[in-house]
Design a protein around this ligand. Sequence first.
Ligand SMILES: [Zn+2]
Length: 68
Amino acid sequence: MEAELLNECMVCGKLVDQAQGIHLLQHFICNECEQEIITTDTGDEHYHFFVERMQLLWQDLHLERVTP
Ligand SMILES: [Zn+2]
């Protein structure tokens, strides 16, 4: 019996198989959200939702750069 490795998507909060998404640092984004982020127009109000959710990630990326 194989244990499935589930990850919580940082955008939608769903638990998905790790093969169904991408890891960015210690965060995880499911394929669905990744596609939505890519295809959502910056003028779309949905885009602001993504930006808010992704702010944690940007913060971490920034921290990675200043503290090696
Ligand atoms: Zn998601």
